[in-house]
Design a protein around this ligand. Structure first.
Ligand SMILES: *Cc1c(COP(=O)(O)O)cnc(C)c1O
Length: 489
């Protein structure tokens, strides 16, 4: 089923606007400013609205259904976040306005920094990074500069557990670090013996996701951190899974030195479709001087009658700027709203319900699907999407068949250390009915795998696009709405 493009719908002379008669003299733009060959569709306003509304209804979204995408924390995005982020005082300010005209915005950013410090147990925060991966890059630049600043120049090795998200090695490699994979033990923890063997004077640090991407809390996390510190390295915390810990454990208290938050995961700012996200980075006391410049701070203390004056602090050994202005401000307003609405007890409740939901589903599914790391999970768990006696069925078939049951598939083929992985994260926002309906669908699919395997192989059956050639889709991606003939002219 191919949708007509706006070019096919175009009809010469049709338009969706009326410009009032000009009351200034005509001016002809210089020839070089005008592209004569630019093909633009000509449509009425109504046709444009219908076309894009129609397309949007073919999309799957968190507002339409369950989205158990492991590692992504696809929780409901409360609509109040959209109301506050659109308030004119937030939405219409310019980052170059004089500071005395944007005190409310600075107050919001300062307070959010303080809240994130309190939630995570760290001493300083930057709100600048655009997303988690950008936070990783920022954090790794800080670690690199910390060693350089101490004249400790040979520390280039970054250890990354084999369960890590691909962005971890990518962010380290981008700044010239040497990546060394670290194996996991049989219970899904960091392998302590493997770690000990790699702790020497070349060690710059370790990037650790805790709970890790298997949804497991590392049982020796403090020992892991101590080993790295004893060897002179720093520990980076990938905070993508913070949802499981909110209000219960603070990574800073465990000894982590740097960590990023994914506001678009833990704190409900919308994500998918490429952003915008937000990936603030928190650091321990000895790293605050290296934070990106500027950090929002109180420049003049307030009194009982007068509000404090907010402005910029410039960390002494800053790694510099990592983003224009202050990052994605609209996301900061949404996260601020979310935290303010939940309060201290509410945040803890989030973590407890997310973990309860994941364990409930894991228990319903683990006798039908193989659970390779069989212990209490945190906010997510990983199953194998394959059975020994059914070699023709793969995780991909199960994922595609779920779409026929109107569910977004879970993350699959990640983490890499689980064979045919199906990584399921329910989040705290789903009802028991939804969790049960999803488990019922997965159990039904397991039955179909035995009785009608072709149903899985040919799935999905009733989506706007059927099964794609995944390799071609990745390697030969066409995102342009221009007809190919136009482009090739
Ligand atoms: C999502 C995620 C990242 C990357 O975060 P982005 O905001 O998508 O850039 C890194 N690590 C883990 C474990 C993640 O789940």
């Amino acid at each position: 089923m191919t949708e007509p493009t706006v070019f096919q719908l175009s009809s010469p002379g049709r338009h969706g606007f009326d410009v009032p008669a000009s009351d200034v003299p005509d001016f002809t733009l210089p020839e070089s400013f005008v592209r004569q060959d630019l093909p633009l569709p000509e449509m009425s306003e109504l046709d444009v609205v219908r076309h894009f509304t129609h397309l949007s209804q073919k999309n799957y979204a968190i507002d339409l259904g369950f989205y158990p995408l492991g590692s992504c924390t696809m929780k409901y995005n409360p609509k109040i976040n959209e109301v506050t982020s659109r308030l004119p005082g937030f939405a219409n300010t310019h980052p170059l306005q004089p500071l005395d005209t944007v005190q409310g915005n600075l107050y919001l950013m300062y307070t959010l920094q303080e809240w994130l410090k309190e939630i995570s147990g760290f001493a300083g925060v930057t709100l600048m990074p655009a997303a988690g991966a950008h936070g990783e890059l920022t954090g790794m630049l800080i670690i690199q500069k910390y060693h350089k600043d101490r004249g400790d120049l040979k520390r280039k090795r970054i250890l990354i557990p084999d369960s890590a998200h691909g962005t971890n090695p990518a962010s380290s490699a981008m700044i010239g670090m040497e990546i060394v994979p670290l194996s996991s033990d049989a219970r899904g923890n960091v392998d302590l013996e493997a770690l000990k063997a790699l702790c020497d004077e070349n060690l710059a640090g370790l990037m650790l996701t805790n709970p890790n991407t298997l949804g497991l809390f590392d049982e020796h996390v403090e020992q892991v951190i101590q080993l790295v510190h004893a060897a002179g390295g720093l520990v980076y915390g990938d905070g993508a899974n913070l949802n499981a810990l909110l209000g219960i454990v603070r990574p800073g208290d465990l000894g982590f030195d740097v960590m990023h938050f994914n506001l678009h995961k833990t704190f409900s700012t919308p994500h998918g479709g490429g952003g915008p996200g937000s990936g603030p980075v928190a650091v321990c006391q000895k790293l605050v001087d290296f934070l990106p410049d500027p950090v929002i701070s109180v420049v003049e203390a307030g009194t009982e009658e007068v509000a404090p004056l907010y402005g910029y602090a410039h960390p002494a050994k800053s790694i510099g700027r990592v983003k224009t202005y202050h990052g994605h401000f609209g996301m900061l307003v949404r996260a601020f709203t979310y935290i303010a609405m939940h309060g201290t007890d509410g945040l803890r409740d989030i973590a407890e319900k997310a973990v309860l939901n994941a364990n409930y589903m894991m228990h319903r599914l683990k006798s039908t699907y193989t659970l390779p790391y069989n212990r209490t999970c945190m906010h997510e768990f990983v199953l194998e999407g394959v059975w020994k006696d059914l070699p023709g069925i793969h995780a991909l078939d199960i994922a595609k068949r779920l779409m026929d049951y109107k569910f977004h598939p879970p993350t699959n083929y990640f983490p890499l250390i689980v064979h045919e992985a199906l990584m399921i994260e329910p989040t705290e926002t789903e009802s028991l009915d939804t969790l049960d309906a999803f488990c019922d669908a997965l159990l039904k699919i397991a039955e179909e795998a035995r009785t009608q395997p072709e149903l899985l192989h040919d799935a999905p059956h009733n989506t706007p696009v059927r099964r794609c050639d995944e390799l071609k889709a990745a390697k030969d991606l066409v995102l342009c709405c221009y007809p190919l003939e136009e482009l090739q002219k």
